[in-house]
Each structure stands twice: as C-alpha cells, then as structure tokens.
Design a protein. Structure first.
Length: 151
C-alpha cells in the first residue's frame, strides 16, 4: 500500500511579506515617491495640511455643521436642482453646446451696436434665426405648461 507523502509548508507570516515589499518599495517607486514628497511639501507650504489636521481634529463638529446646513430646505432644493441640471447637461449634444458657447461672445460683441428694426426683421427671416426662435418658443411653451399644471 502507498504511503501518503507528508506536505509540510512553512508557516506564512504576512508581516514578513509586507516588510519585504516595504523595503523594496523605495527602489522600485523612487520617482513616484519623490513626486509625492514634492506634493506633500507644497501642501505643507500652503498650509493645507494644517487645515486638514484641524478639520480631522474637529471632525464631529464639522460633520454636525455640514449635516445641519444640508438639512435646510434651501440646501435640499439646491441639491435637487443640481441633479436636474446634471441630467439636462447630459441630454444636450456636446457639439450643440460647443457651438452655442462659441457663438455667445461673438453675438454679445455684435449686440453692442443695436440693429434697426428693418435689419432685425431681415435677420429674423433667415433659416438659422427661425430655427433658434423655434427652439426658444417650444421651451417657453413647455415652461408655460409647467406653470399651468402646478395650479
């Protein structure tokens, strides 16, 4: 009959493994460590670390103040509005928004000299102006419907 082969593994010490990794880390990650030291020194020079230490030391008071401020109706409305604005910005095509952002400074610069009524009517006849007016009119109509439904 066959005899089982005894398997004796040496006991594993996680501290030894961690110590070995820690000892080799400065050599393997020297450039990253130097960059981290520079960032820490910059934070220290600007007083950010002292501020963080103070916040951590008074974390219970700070947390209580934040919770009290967040419980106000204004803060709740602001958070809801922020979520709605985030959804709105996600729904807008980035190319359309970029075009609007590019057109705004140019349009505001042109608005410094007001057009005559006849020039204004000519501009309104263009297809692009009518397209923008359609979008604006539809948005205003929807806002009006929203006001009406709240009654």
């Amino acid at each position: 009959m066959a005899k089982p082969i005894p398997l004796e593994l040496p006991p594993r010490d996680p501290r030894t493994e961690l110590r070995t990794r820690l000892e080799s880390a400065p050599v393997e990650h020297a450039e990253a460590l130097l960059a981290a030291y520079e960032v820490l020194q910059g934070l220290h020079d600007k007083g950010v670390l002292e501020t963080l230490r103070g916040v951590i030391g008074s974390s219970e008071q700070t947390l209580k103040m934040i919770v009290d401020a967040a419980k106000t109706p204004e803060a709740i409305r602001a958070m809801r509005n922020f979520v709605i604005l985030a959804k709105l910005s996600a729904a807008i095509d980035p190319e359309l928004l970029a075009g609007m952002a590019k057109a705004m400074p140019e349009s505001l610069a042109k608005a410094q000299e007001p057009l005559s009524l006849l020039q204004l009517l000519k501009k309104l006849r263009s297809e692009d102006s009518r397209r923008a007016l359609t979008a604006l009119t539809c948005a205003l109509e929807f806002v009006g419907k929203t006001f009406n439904s709240e009654k």
